[in-house]
Design a protein around this ligand. Structure first.
Ligand SMILES: [Zn+2]
Length: 325
């Protein structure tokens, strides 16, 4: 991680006046003068330009060789997530949900096969295995969490004076402490009526939309388990943030904690528009920066997207290294 320049600071990435901003005539590609070290020859740089890289077309989208390997990794991760979800439904006795999850799993396996073939990439079946499997036991196992409930079922765990921001933030901190090291996601939400909710999820997935109090103006925290995290919010997280009308959302993994917060200037955009924009920025900016060696795709791709997305839609976003990591 230390090998990558801090381009946020160095180039003002994401700000209106910086690289990619309204007044900026630089593109990220292929080399930001004076910032990155010149480690490639002109010929090598030409080879890295999007137009000169081998192309794969799949489902109407074009992938160069680098993007194709990233896409393959992404499908693998989704398959592992889906396997855990299916197992969780089975463990909870939710037969219909398990069947639906199984159908989606089959489609994903098929997509993985088709995509790998189209891109000429070998299939990496060992990457599709869920090593530790799903263990039902961790639900409710962290200190004081007895009766945590089935996945997806919201449980009211307390009350707080909602007008006392400090008290609300204390709930967020407590949630972060309580979920440390868990292998599945848990969402803690404080709604404006002062109720504190906990919704337990599966490994890479939690669905707080079933909380009975209105989510508008709510504060939430959820954990990202170490083997699932992309070290920032996901497209689904941001979609839910816009869809629910939440005021504040925090998430963290073992290395970073990150916050998004609605401000007076935050644009009212459709959750689907935000979701698709996330994807667009991921495949353009983030993947180009990663292919050019400017960022580490695993650690900084989603963060790069969030920096840009938060500027475009004018919400507050910040990621910090965890002091305890
Ligand atoms: Zn998340």
């Amino acid at each position: 991680m230390a090998d990558y320049p801090d381009f946020e600071q160095a180039c003002g990435y994401g700000s209106v006046t910086g690289i990619g901003g309204a007044n900026c005539r630089h593109s990220f590609w292929p080399f930001i003068e004076g910032v990155s070290e010149r480690t490639y020859t002109d010929a090598e740089l030409d080879g890295m330009k999007p137009e000169n890289r081998p192309k794969t077309v799949f489902d109407g989208r074009e992938y160069d060789d680098y993007q194709a390997t990233q896409m393959q990794r992404r499908i693998e991760r989704t398959i592992r997530k889906q396997k855990r979800r299916k197992a969780a439904y089975e463990a909870a006795g939710l037969t219909e949900d398990a069947q639906a999850a199984n159908i989606r799993l089959r489609r994903l396996n098929e997509k993985y096969h088709q995509f790998s073939r189209a891109a000429g990439l070998p299939e990496q079946r060992e990457r599709l295995k869920v090593l530790d499997g799903y263990r039902a036991a961790p639900h409710g196992q962290s200190a004081g969490n007895a009766g945590i409930g089935r996945p997806g079922v919201p449980v009211q765990i307390g009350d707080v004076n909602f007008s006392d921001r400090r008290a609300v933030m204390d709930q967020m901190d407590a949630a972060q402490t309580e979920t440390a090291g868990l292998e599945h996601e848990v969402n803690y939400t404080v709604t404006t009526d002062g109720k504190v909710w906990r919704v337990s999820g599966e490994s890479g997935f939690v669905d707080p939309s079933t909380i009975p109090s209105g989510l508008t103006g709510s504060y939430s925290y959820h954990n990202h388990p170490a083997d699932q995290t992309w070290f920032s919010f996901s497209a689904e997280d941001v979609r839910f943030f816009f869809e629910s009308g939440a005021a504040y959302a925090k998430a963290s993994d073992h290395l970073y904690e990150y916050v998004m917060e609605r401000t007076a200037d935050t644009l009212a955009v459709s959750p689907d528009v935000v979701y698709h924009r996330f994807d667009e920025i991921y495949w353009s900016d983030a993947m180009r920066l990663a292919a050019g060696g400017m960022i580490n795709a695993d650690v900084d791709a989603y963060h790069t997207v969030m920096l840009r997305l938060s500027k475009e839609y004018r919400f507050f976003y910040e990621r910090r290294k965890r002091i305890d990591s």
